[in-house]
Design a protein around this ligand. Structure first.
Ligand code: 4NP
Length: 158
């Protein structure tokens, strides 16, 4: 039986990095013809209900993904059983996610860049306080990682 992979991407605010990871994953999965469920969330509640950062919206649009309707939310305890995979964008997000994990957690929890050979343990840098170029770098990281992830998920189904 094939279970549809369901993947949650988690950063701090859910307005910069994780919406871009979700967008890149949707794009890579669609291109590969892989059915997925996906969402993104923040460890913090600062931006609950907010649209992504305008710089993230512009970056995703440059790569053909419209993320204007994405809405910030905080990770909740049900996410740990609803999703098969939870990917943290950086090490501090990973620590926070693990610390809040309920005892019935079934999702596999990992650092996103661990899916790229040679980049294990690395963080997707937070572009929030930087300039536009930082968002391009975020896109490069999350698209490389989610393309590798899609390839892995496809091979697991075969
Ligand atoms: P994100 O970036 O975690 O990639 O969404 C941030 C967004 C907002 C804040 C920090 C990081 N903030 O402090 O409001």
């Amino acid at each position: 039986m094939i279970t549809t992979p369901s993947v949650l991407f988690v950063c701090l605010g859910n307005i910069c990095r994780s919406p871009l990871a979700e967008a890149a994953f949707r794009k890579a999965a669609a291109e590969a013809g892989l059915e997925v469920h996906t969402d993104s969330a923040g460890t913090a509640a600062y931006h609950v209900g907010n649209a992504p950062d305008p710089r993230s919206i512009a970056t995703a649009a440059r790569y053909g993904v419209d993320i204007r309707s994405y809405e910030g939310r905080q990770i909740t305890s049900v996410d740990y059983t609803r999703f098969t995979h939870i990917f943290a964008l950086d090490g501090s997000n990973l620590d926070d996610i693990r610390q809040s994990a309920p005892s019935n957690t079934t999702a596999k929890i990992a650092l996103l860049l661990n899916v790229i050979e040679g980049r294990e343990g690395q963080a997707v840098a937070d572009p929030y306080y930087g300039d536009e170029a930082g968002f391009e770098e975020t896109w490069a990281d999350v698209s490389a990682a989610t393309e590798a992830l899609v390839a892995k998920l496809v091979s697991e189904q075969n």
